[in-house]
Design a protein around this ligand. Structure first.
Ligand code: NAP
Length: 271
């Protein structure tokens, strides 16, 4: 890992003074995020994209951002009661959920698990043999759960359970995928008040269309992916929101801007 910078430049904040340097370890570690409204958790999405909008580069999201993006990704997890993923991200990439050791300590002092649990939604619970070799199944330093639907075959559920990951069945929506309102109710019932979603782009569409999205943390890498066919952070139109900028940080190195970090609030269009 390259040396991390000591600070980021806060170039805009809706409530705090700017511009000013903020220690990297404070960028997103002390946010006072809203909590559940009772029906569903507060949902914040964290994604990374190239400047031309690619959410996948050479088959993964990890290659898009710098080490600072990876650092902030782990920092944002300190606030989460759970971290949500679509099954596509587990199949094509991997699902590893850890935060930084000092933030793990903070969580422990709050009576929480050191790392938030990872929850993967899959209507089918069907995973190819190579998926069972991923770190998601091997790691023991965070809890895991797969949420599926009655569509799942019993043998597929058993394969996941035998691999050490519990499975919960909740209703399917009209299109056969995991029903988002039922998922939100299930998570709220499990005490999830703040839910971090780390993608992928297909799940993002479903959450946004069901109104289950409150904030977006978006890293924009200053590089071009050059592949117009690559998925964007939403792979289908989501037009029922406008975005309000809450904050923007920049990573500067040798007087050059390396990467941009935006935080947005989703506003329903009629507000
Ligand atoms: N740029 C970033 O920040 C970022 C973040 C995360 C992932 N990624 C990249 O995104 C790619 C994977 O994205 P993806 O769009 O293919 O997959 P995804 O959004 O992670 O997962 C989609 C899958 O989730 C399951 N699912 C269950 N209920 C659903 C619902 N209500 N709505 C949508 N999906 C539901 C479906 O699988 P079943 O058939 O099993 O039900 C569906 O195919 C990977 O290459 C990964 O690297 C990028």
């Amino acid at each position: 890992m390259a040396q991390l910078p000591d600070w980021l430049l806060l170039v805009f904040h809706e409530r705090e003074p700017y511009p000013r340097r903020v220690p990297l370890e404070d960028a997103y570690a002390n946010l006072e995020l809203p909590s559940s409204d009772g029906d569903r958790p507060f949902v914040y999405l964290n994604m990374v994209q190239t400047l031309d909008g690619q959410a996948v580069l050479e088959g993964t999201a990890f290659k898009i951002g710098t080490d600072v993006d990876h650092y902030l990704l782990r920092q944002l997890r300190v606030h989460a009661d759970a971290v949500l993923y679509g099954a596509g991200t587990l199949r094509k990439d991997d699902v590893i959920v850890t935060t930084h050791p000092p933030l793990q300590e903070r969580r422990k002092q709050q009576g929480r698990s050191p790392n938030p649990p990872a929850i993967v939604v899959s209507a089918t619970c069907e995973f190819a043999p190579e998926v069972f070799k991923k770190k998601f199944f091997a790691r023991t330093d965070y809890a895991k759960l797969i949420v599926t639907t009655p569509r799942a075959q019993r043998r597929d559920v058993e394969r996941v359970v035998d691999a050490g990951v519990p499975v919960e069945v909740i209703p399917a929506g009209e299109d056969g995928s995991v029903d988002i309102p039922s998922l939100m109710k299930f998570l709220a019932g499990r005490g999830v008040r703040r839910l971090l979603c780390e993608g992928g782009p297909t799940l993002n569409v479903a959450l946004a269309r069901d109104g289950a999205m409150d904030e977006l943390f978006l890293t924009t890498a200053l590089r071009l992916g050059g592949d117009p066919e690559a998925p964007r952070i939403f792979v289908e139109p989501v037009t029922n929101y406008s975005l309000q900028l809450i904050s923007e940080f920049r990573f500067e190195e040798h007087d050059k801007v390396r990467e941009l970090y935006f935080r947005f609030r989703f506003l329903p269009k009629n507000r």
